[in-house]
Write a protein that binds this ligand. Structure first.
Ligand code: AHR
Length: 322
């Protein structure tokens, strides 16, 4: 059977040495129903809530009994949560690793216990744990490309001239590392654009607001903000308005996710664009698990294809926002 995942394209084929695939990650067993552990990183924003809901929504269809945990924004707590799910002998573990190194021992412990793992949304450091070899696969977006597309949208809106403040996501999260990599490399192609400050706002709305306030005071010449997610962009808009400035005029903003508040901000002229980053991993994880149980070869990366929202489609596509 071939893989057909809506909006998802298979990007890479499984790592191979000679003719033998390094497919030694535990596979999903063939059963009529499954106990599935879903270890969430935190639940303090619409993106995370939508992601968790997509697993609850798929549960009955996929014959999954989902046991969910919430790490409250702590990588250490997420590791402990996964330990507990392993102790409960779940049939399958699915989780977004909050940070790319601290969650590696959890992947390895599951592997040792013979429990299959599917990583969604964020990945772990491939120098320490490898898809197909240590875990089945990574299902997620191309974060480098998201950053690159955000930079292109900003450059286009600003006539290739701008002084930019960057609000980074959680330190050590693959989403933050790669969104920075893609954006910074693209901006470097424009001689008239420079990034004057770049610090972590932890993907959090209020931390993003506070950071934007501090960095705008330190860099009064800044006329653009790139936020690694919509929550921080919305926080930054609050900071801009509190400073008596106009978002979308005095300070241009671009971000990533596609949450409803951000689409509304685009329609209101406050945000140039947001690159979509879908949180709906439940259906894709279900298909991957079924394929694994059927003995199919799973690629190392099941890539999610993202669109971009701007003034041309934000109103029309408002209901896609979460
Ligand atoms: O890993 C994906 C990021 O995590 C989303 O962009 C963000 O909103 C979330 O917290």
């Amino acid at each position: 059977m071939r893989f057909h995942l809506t909006k998802i394209a298979i990007a890479l084929s499984a790592v191979t040495i000679g003719t033998a695939a390094l497919a030694d990650a535990p596979a999903v067993p063939k059963k009529s129903s499954y106990k599935v552990g879903f270890a969430q990183t935190e639940s303090n924003n619409p993106w995370r809530l939508a992601e968790s809901k997509s697993f609850q929504d798929i549960a009955a269809k996929c014959n999954w009994q989902v046991i969910s945990t919430d790490a409250g924004g702590s990588a250490a707590k997420q590791v402990a949560d996964i330990d507990s799910l392993i102790a409960q002998k779940v049939d399958l573990l699915v989780f977004p690793p909050r940070e790319d190194k601290p969650l590696v021992p959890a992947v390895m412990k599951a592997k040792k216990a013979g429990i299959p793992v599917i990583l969604v949304d964020r990945d772990v450091d491939h120098a320490l744990a490898k898809p197909t070899q240590d875990y089945i696969t990574f299902i997620g977006s191309d974060f480098v490309d998201q950053g690159r597309r955000a930079a292109q949208a900003l450059a286009k809106a600003m006539g290739s001239k701008g002084t930019i403040i960057e609000l980074e996501g959680s330190t050590g999260a693959s989403a933050a590392t790669d969104r920075k990599k893609g954006f910074d490399a693209e901006i470097a192609k424009y001689p008239g654009m420079k990034i004057v400050a770049s610090q972590s706002g932890d993907f959090n709305r209020d931390k993003g607001r506070q950071l934007a306030q501090t960095l705008m005071q330190a860099h009064p010449d800044a006329n653009a903000i790139y936020a690694h997610n919509d929550e921080m962009a919305i926080g930054a808009i609050t900071a801009i308005e509190a400073a008596g400035k106009k978002a979308g005029k005095d300070i241009m903003l671009v971000s990533i996710d596609g949450q409803r508040n951000a689409l509304e901000a685009i329609v209101a002229g406050k945000l140039i664009a947001t690159v979509q980053s879908s949180p709906y991993f439940g259906p894709a994880a279900c298909k991957v698990a079924q394929a694994s149980a059927n003995g199919e070869k799973i690629p190392a990366w099941v890539k999610v294809e993202d669109k971009i929202y701007d003034i041309t489609n934000a109103a029309k596509d408002m209901d896609e926002g979460f």
